[in-house]
Design a protein around this ligand. Structure first.
Ligand code: B12
Ligand code: SF4
Length: 459
């Protein structure tokens, strides 16, 4: 079949992110014999016109739409992307079969399909089921029997099945160089899944709780192609946790070192599995920055959020980063169940103590269906049974709701390393644009220590 792949993501903050999910599908669809063209809306000035001319030019039988983000998960200052997706579907709907999927879609497949109006939806990984759905469309067959396929008007569907093997993305249809230029990096995945159970987190719902590892040789070959074939000099590992399982991370770093890959990289890591040996190997393999999903500096809040690690673990792993001279950022979530003024101040105090390159903080926690936080939010009367979560709803502890924004703004403005996107503390779109002018590879937060400027307060 003739297929048009559309990446719907137009978000450029904190930087444009390469559509690796769609690239994974491209590999599988090409292998199944389909004829592909791609339209990446990220850099299109006029998405409507770009879609219409792609439809005119390629006359596709089906349009495959990838929906990565539902909204910017930021409070206050929340932005939903669903209107844009509705526009994409309505432009394509009469001209071709429309199929929508992606991480954003998979969080609420039935509701999103009803809301955007595509012909088919596919929840979770698409590499195996999408070619089967296209076979069904060509040859007849009951699409409702395929795992993960959602049909309009139906509220239930066969549960998605995990892939038998994670393949290598095919990036040839996309502009890797532009993402490197404007986003500072390319991206890559070494495994899927997270065995942990943080109460708000959707990652185990999207990727499963079981870790599925890719063969090291395939990962190395993919990095080699990125470096030699695309001229990539900076990579981001999109794994939920790069350093878990730790022996796999070690093995990968050793292989990268042996291969002498001329590339720097960063990733999300868990403080519990940071050892001097692993950190040393990571640095030798090109790592120059790490990110921790620490969430809080209060023991009470770490427990309430279901985190697997302790405040001491955050302390110890931060100390190691400082000793080894690697840039590190802590991501903080303020306002979760049980948050009080006291626990917020504990977090500020711990961050002062561990002294990271940057602290990136969100106020309020987005509530998703199927998470433990949804249950807590129902219990606390923040949402009611049957409420739609398509438009973002945030959990904010009733004990601190009134003063959270003022307290965080006031404390964060006293510190040079704190970035609070929702409150525009030390960050706003204009500042991000300005930062992109620096010839920096990798995450922009690495610049915090170099800026030596006065703090940026909300506009
Ligand atoms: C790594 C990551 C980041 C990194 C990206 C770094 C980089 N250079 O790539 C950083 C930290 C920068 C980031 C930022 C953001 N992120 Co993010 N991120 C992720 C994460 C952990 C992995 C994404 C990824 O690359 N997966 C690997 C690829 C292969 O998987 P995939 O894209 O899901 O594609 C598969 C399937 O979805 C499916 N599929 C995809 N498209 C289609 C289409 C069809 C038709 C079909 C059938 C199937 C299909 O098949 C693919 C292959 O299996 C996910 C959570 C997760 N575990 O999924 C969140 C996630 C994607 N992010 C999310 C969000 C919201 C954001 C931000 C808006 C947050 C913010 N305020 O900063 C920004 C947006 C950035 C941007 N410009 O778009 C949300 C999106 C959903 C939502 N809630 O709206 C997620 C799901 C996390 C969450 N909260 O639930 N992110
Ligand atoms: S926050 Fe990290 S460790 Fe916790 S469940 Fe999500 S991906 Fe796993």
């Amino acid at each position: 079949m003739k297929l048009l792949l559309i990446s719907a993501n137009r978000e450029r903050d904190p930087y444009p992110v390469f559509p690796i999910g769609l690239a994974c599908l491209a590999g599988a669809l090409e292998a199944a014999g389909h004829l592909l063209t791609a339209l990446d809306l990220c850099f299109e000035a006029d998405p409507g016109r770009a879609i219409s001319s792609a439809l005119d030019e390629h006359q596709p039988d089906a349009v495959v739409i990838s929906l990565r983000n539902l909204d910017n998960v930021t409070w206050p200052g929340s932005r939903s992307y669903l209107d844009g997706v509705r526009d994409i579907v309505s432009l394509c709907h009469a001209r071709a079969v429309t199929i929508i999927g992606g991480s954003g879609f998979s969080l609420m497949p039935v509701e999103i399909l009803a809301s955007v109006g595509a012909h088919y939806g596919v929840a979770a990984e698409g590499e195996e089921v999408l070619p089967r759905l296209l076979d069904c469309l060509e040859g007849g067959g009951d699409a409702a029997l395929l795992p993960g396929v959602v049909l309009p008007g139906k509220t239930d569907f066969m549960p998605p099945l995990p892939l038998s093997a994670i393949g290598t993305p095919d990036r040839t249809l996309f502009d890797v160089a532009r993402y490197c230029r404007e986003g500072g990096m390319a991206n890559l995945q070494t495994k899927r899944g997270c065995p942990y159970g943080c109460i708000y987190c959707t990652y185990p719902l999207l990727e499963g709780r079981c870790m599925r590892l890719r063969p090291i040789a395939e990962i190395i070959a993919e990095i080699r192609t990125l470096v030699d074939g695309y001229g990539v000099s900076y990579l981001y590992f999109v794994d939920d946790i790069f350093n878990y399982p730790p022996d796999f991370a070690e093995e990968l770093c050793l292989a990268m070192i042996a291969e002498r890959l001329a590339v720097n990289w960063s990733a999300f890591i868990n403080p519990d599995f940071v050892t001097p040996r692993l950190l040393q190997l990571m640095l030798a393999a090109g790592c120059d920055a790490v990110e921790y999903g620490s969430d809080s500096g209060s023991s009470r809040m770490l427990k309430a959020l279901g985190k697997s690690f302790t405040v001491d673990s955050i302390r110890d792993s931060s100390r190691l980063c400082r000793e080894f001279g690697v840039d590190f950022a802590h991501y903080i979530l303020l306002g979760g169940p049980g948050e009080t003024r006291e626990t917020v101040l504990e977090t500020f105090a711990l961050m002062d103590e561990v002294d990271p390159t940057a602290v990136i903080t969100m106020t309020g926690i987005r509530i998703y269906p199927g998470t433990a936080l949804e249950q807590v939010a129902l219990r606390d009367g923040i949402i009611a049974p049957g409420d739609s979560l398509l438009e973002p709803v945030f959990y904010i502890s009733p004990e601190i709701r009134e003063e959270l924004c003022d307290l965080v703004t006031q404390e964060a403005l006293k510190r040079r390393t704190w970035i609070v996107p929702g409150l525009e503390v030390n960050i706003n779109s204009a500042m991000l644009d300005a930062l992109r002018m620096f010839p920096v590879k990798g995450p922009l937060w690495k610049l915090m220590k170099r800026l030596g400027r006065s703090r940026v307060s909300p506009m």
